[in-house]
Design a protein around this ligand. Structure first.
Ligand SMILES: *Cc1c(COP(=O)(O)O)cnc(C)c1O
Length: 425
């Protein structure tokens, strides 16, 4: 299998003539198609709602597209809450799934009516102190510990994860919250990341639905929703089979009908907090080859760097690369594709088989639509790129400008003598 770019070399050159590389490009048609597919997959559940994980792609213009499909926002910080509020997502449209939370952020979330998801039992007291009283509706995050397995495959290691409450704690938390007057409850868990298997959500649903039945029975809590959170992955590698969201929806429904319905809980809403699955494949980092170097290895130097896409440097993550205009050429060269950071791990690809590359070629780095731009940073004084939306009708639009030196130095603006000098340097 090969991975196809969602656009052509001609279109990219047209965009690059107006907005210099590097830039992250997003595919409106793809985002819409996928959002509709998710909605259809869970249409069987009356209260279903996707809360898009804002941290994955915090661009208001992209999230507004998802809002047309009924999506809300999953936030983890005050600035993400601010972004959501500014695009009209407040109240039931916001899930605040944070951890190690500062008290003032609980306050901000409560003031906008967001659903607060408690990561820890100690936050009950913090919340009560901060708000004066508890909201009538609260969610608790669960961590069953140990390893998370699908049949015999270990998917992830919740026992080593900092998130969520233990089984004992979540029962205790529900009792305390109920005694303090909380009326509506939700439960949440995120137990494995980037799962490329249709089994993840159904297996997770099994864990959470069983827990919900027990929590209801033992504490009498009125459980209104179960949040399956994120973790549905995408095929970064060309040999991976993509998840089938319709199949995943059917898998969750089967567990729902088997577990919740017989327990008299057939009105519980299913929530999701997908980030990667909603945006990942519908973004690409477009970068131009500016140098080649032949030493102990063959290096291709591009005008983007790990500051624009950190995943390869940080996790050794694979991102497929297409050399635009050479889609059908044989991959008979082996390159390291590098950025310019003074960091040897600033490589988008290591020992990658690619067609012969020339200076000036445009590289299309796939699947950067989630956890791409958003993980950017300014090391080596590198500036964040622009973000461009490729619209359904083929037009394109800048949805965030590139940073300039002025942005980089902005936090010195309280020292006018330096600030004015450096900007004029
Ligand atoms: C990061 C995150 C998500 C989204 O994860 P994806 O892997 O992008 O789907 C959802 N919920 C919480 C609480 C998160 O931290």
């Amino acid at each position: 299998m090969t991975k196809q770019p969602f656009t052509t070399k001609e279109k990219l050159e047209e965009i690059a003539a107006q907005f210099p590389t590097p830039f992250h490009l997003y595919d409106e048609a793809g985002i819409r198609r996928n959002a509709q597919a998710l909605k259809d997959a869970f249409a069987w559940n009356k209260g279903f709602k996707e809360y898009f994980a804002v941290k994955a792609t915090p661009n208001p213009f992209l999230i507004k597209i998802l809002r047309e499909y009924g999506c809300g926002c999953d936030c983890s910080s005050k600035t993400e809450l601010m972004l959501s509020k500014a695009i009209g997502a407040v109240g039931d449209d916001v899930m605040f799934s944070s951890n190690d939370t500062p008290a003032d952020e609980f306050k901000y979330a409560a003031d906008m009516g967001a659903i607060i998801n408690l990561d820890d039992i100690t936050h009950i007291e913090v919340l009560e102190k901060t708000l004066g009283c508890l909201p009538e509706r609260l969610c608790c995050r669960y961590n069953p510990g140990g390893e998370f397995k699908i049949t015999t495959d270990i998917m992830d290691n919740p026992g080593e994860a900092k998130y969520g409450m233990t089984t004992e704690q979540i029962f205790e938390a529900f009792r305390i919250l109920k005694a303090k007057g909380v009326k509506e409850f939700g439960i949440h868990a995120f137990l494995a990341s980037n799962t490329v298997t249709n089994a993840y959500y159904p297996v997770l649903a099994g864990v959470l639905f069983d827990l919900a039945v027990r929590l209801k029975k033992e504490t009498g809590a009125n459980i209104r929703f179960i949040n399956l959170s994120g973790g549905v992955g995408i095929p970064y590698r060309p040999d991976q089979e993509p998840n089938d969201i319709a199949e995943i929806g059917r898998g969750v429904k089967e567990v729902y009908d088997r577990t919740l319905v017989p327990a008299g809980m057939g009105d519980v809403a299913i929530f999701t907090e997908l980030g990667r699955f909603m945006m990942g494949p519908y973004g690409a980092l477009i970068t131009r080859v500016i140098n080649e170097k032949h030493t102990y290895k063959e290096y291709i130097g591009v005008d983007a760097c790990a500051a624009n896409l950190m995943r390869p440097a940080m996790y050794g993550a694979y991102h497929h690369i297409t050399v635009m205009g050479k889609e059908n050429a044989p991959s008979d060269y082996t390159y390291d594709v590098t950025g310019s950071l003074c960091e040897n791990n600033d490589k988008f690809a290591v020992d990658r088989a690619l067609p012969k590359i020339e200076i000036g070629d445009l590289l299309y780095i796939h699947d950067t639509g989630a956890h791409g731009f958003s993980m950017g940073y300014n090391y080596n004084g590198k500036l964040r790129s622009s973000e461009i939306l490729l619209k359904k009708n083929g037009d394109f639009e800048m949805i965030r400008r590139a940073e300039t030196p002025k942005d980089y130095f902005a936090t010195f603006d309280c020292f006018p003598e330096f600030y004015n000098k450096v900007l004029n340097a």
